[in-house]
Design a protein around this ligand. Sequence first.
Ligand code: C2E
Ligand code: MG
Ligand code: MG
Length: 732
Amino acid sequence: MKNVTTRKRQLKKLLCLLLVPLCLTFATICAAGAETLTVGVPTDRCPIFYRDDQTQEIIGIGADLMRSAAGNAGYDVTFVQIAEPTLKEALDNPEYDVVMPFGSAIFSAAGNATAVSDNLFQPPFTLVTKGTRKLPEFNRLKVGMLRSQGGVAETVRQLYPGIEINMYETMPECVKALREGRVDALLHNSYVWSYVLQKPSYEDLTIQPSAMFTMDFRVGTPDTEEGRAVIERLNRGIAELTETRRQAIALDYTSRKLYQYDFGDYLYQYKWILLLVGAVTVLMILITIQKQRSIRLRHEEKLEQVVNTDPLTGALSMSGFRKRAEELIRAHPDIPYLISFNNIKNFTFINDSLGREAGDELLRFWAAKSMEHLNDNECIGHITADRFAILFQASGDEKIVQDIRDVGDPVRNYFIDRGKETPVRLCSGIYVLTPQDYQEINVDRMLDCARIAERKVRHNRKDGYEFYNPDQWQKGKKISDICNHLPNAMVNGEIRVWYQPQVHFETGKIIGAEALCRWNHSRLGWISPTEFIPLLEESDLIYELDCFVWESVCRDLQRWNGQGKHRSVSVNLSRCDIREDRNIPEQFAGLIRTYGLTPDQLRIEITETAFAENSDLVIRTTVQLRELGFQVEMDDFGSGYSSLHMLKEVPVDRIKMDLHFLADSGNPEKGQIIVSYIIQMIRSLGLSVIAEGVENISQASFLQSHGCSEMQGFYFYKPMPVEEYEAIETEQ
Ligand code: C2E
Ligand code: MG
Ligand code: MG
């Protein structure tokens, strides 16, 4: 028995001795068999292959499936990101044992055949479009794909030969191409879409569920013996991969909230709020800027007011006066302005004898008194110490004296009125603004002129005022007397139309008359047209007078027509009447319509200078007048400088030859030669001629002998009132 037990113990020992090394050998073999496969994968397709944010490891559905299958086949796997742009190129890199995923066996970029594994799983591929749209069939489709999906693209091309695939580097580029209509749809696997389309700014993209197909998901490696062995072994592992395991892996990744918002996504997601915040911020900034600006403006205004106002008197300071005067002159070119420079001759004495405070009181009183008399278009400035400048409107002579007295007398008597015996000696110089001063406004220069006039008063007289430019003042007064009075003069009969008959020398018959206006001014008496016509032309009022004259002439012609006397009258048309905005020909046509006249009854005189100054418009007017049947005459021919040129250019009917230069000429013979040739020339040009200013029989005979029989002049008749003209006409 003892022997049996001992033998059993020995057997056990022997078994142990045999099994331990056997187990150790098996363990060693097993350990040595778990080889590591380096798997090259792309990492830009979450949730298939991507990097874990925390660990930076490559994970995803594809990674887990591969790890499981490889594990089943006894492999460990290390995933590395492919450095190549496409899987096709990665196949040629010997650093990877295998590369994935492939839909089918393809050739590597270098043209080597590939061995691919069995299918690991079948991810569905879907098209994504912009909005919902009906797509053409696959074979005629234009799709966009990521360049890294070159392998898939190749498989798709094999499946659908007619398809056009455009490759893009990134998903945003793919989406841009889709939005711009360069492709009909984008193609990728559905798992990737489920991730990508979470991006807020891709909300306009839609999955096309109808256009779905599956693609295999395989491992590939160069078709070598070694490669095929790896694939075979992997296939065994893939075969062991249960459907449940596959589903579990896919579910695990698709149920995770993988999409992570980047800055752009937040911007897009909260764009309205951001816009609102932005708008509010901008508004706040604008309000702040505006507020600051208005504070600054107010500050500047205050500062300007301080600078422009004299604190002692409340009048403007020198700079304030200069500015305001300039503004007023610019704004009112129609107001005849004067600038005065005023000074107190004995101010030093006043200060010394009555004290500075009394002097200041006087200045304050003077400023206040002047301001009482000024209107809004006038201003006063305290220049220095006892000097004031005033810009005021010119009124009549008497008014000025009155104004100066109204302000001046209380100032002069300021101390006397307060029981002291000191009179204030006020000296003023006045400058009358000329038309040029309104063009080039220089207040300092005007003040300098006024100062010169003031100095003259100060040196020559006790006090008072003096004009710097009395001629200008006289002219200004005349303009105001004439221009301001014109409307009244026309209605109250001060202005009348007179007629100067025109005769045929041989027959002595009156062949017409020139209408000339006469003004018997209520205050100035008879004034000559040579005086008031240029002033009215300068003030742009001549048109009003001329319309009045034309109308009066038409009324007379109408009356004569009624008496069976069909007469013609020449009327003057000033060069200032002819303007683009006044249709002069139409106006004359209207006049003869209104008064029932025929156009031959009005002859229109336009001076030679008018043709010279504005020839285009004047010639156009002449042509139109003649087309309407009026006769046009060139007035004062021979008094200007461009007569010969005018003769050639201007389409008139009759020339009115001016004889004044004949009379004034120092050498009458030469004058006669010129006149005789002028007549000859006019007649050769086929124009008729009338001589005006014929004063004696010898002139008349001379003109007659040289072929000019129509004449107008004092030798025959002077201009006369209408009643006289009617009388001599009837006598004939
Ligand atoms: P004008 O059109 O050349 O008129 C002729 C001027 O010569 C008239 O001067 C007339 O009185 C004057 N005259 C006529 N015969 C003689 C003469 O033998 N010797 C001299 N020394 N003078 C003579 P008036 O009426 O003083 O007119 C001067 C100018 O004023 C006119 O020259 C005309 O250009 C203009 N005028 C007159 N009335 C009007 C009018 O109603 N409208 C316009 N726009 N201008 C007018
Ligand atoms: Mg005339
Ligand atoms: Mg004339």
